[in-house]
Design a protein around this ligand. Structure first.
Ligand SMILES: [Zn+2]
Length: 183
């Protein structure tokens, strides 16, 4: 049932800065991530490529410290669910993105709910997903809504081919977010 996964193109810092803006890509220091128990590739990406801001859908806000800030996940950023609130630690107006300890899978947690949603198989996949959406929102700015929906559907289909697990079922994070975009 799952289609063959296509090879993932790599995304570099300049790709991200192209749509997010130079000041909106946050690179972590090697010392911040040195002791995080995640695959080496993820640590390298955090330092060399960085985390791009995608409006309120992904705000880079990485944790400090060597242990997972939320049990079993190293927090890398958040989604602002409620607009214009005063954000503080442990806020329930935001959902948190993190890297699962060990596997490095990207997971999402909203503190009002139990359990995590799987976002992407790896940080590399997550950066690719953010990049395709960020670049699309710049490229298609001003396009009418109907056409925009069709364009976005094409983007989603391409993303699904890269990380089928991320769009695997109705409870998956991206499935919910993409349906909200045009729901
Ligand atoms: Zn908040």
């Amino acid at each position: 049932m799952i289609t063959k996964t296509r090879r993932l193109p790599s995304v570099d810092a300049r790709d991200l800065e192209g749509w997010a803006g130079v000041g909106n890509v946050l690179r972590l220091t090697p010392a911040t991530v040195a002791r995080w128990r995640v695959p080496e590739q993820a640590r390298t990406l955090l330092v060399d490529v960085g985390l791009p801001r995608l409006d309120t859908r992904f705000i880079p806000d990485p944790q400090h410290g060597d242990e997972p800030a939320l049990p079993t996940m190293y927090v890398i950023g958040r989604e602002q669910i409620t607009p214009n609130h005063v954000h503080e630690a442990g806020c329930t107006e935001c959902g948190y993105f993190g890297l699962r300890e060990g596997s490095g899978e990207v997971v999402y947690r909203w503190l009002r709910h139990d359990g995590d949603l799987l976002v992407n198989s790896s940080l590399q996949h997550f950066l690719y997903f953010l990049h395709k959406q960020g670049a699309a929102s710049v490229r298609y700015e001003g396009v009418n809504e109907e056409k925009m929906m069709r364009l976005y559907e094409r983007v989603v289909a391409r993303l699904e081919a890269r990380d089928p697990l991320a769009l695997g079922d109705e409870s998956s994070f991206w499935k919910a977010r993409f349906s909200r975009l045009w729901g």
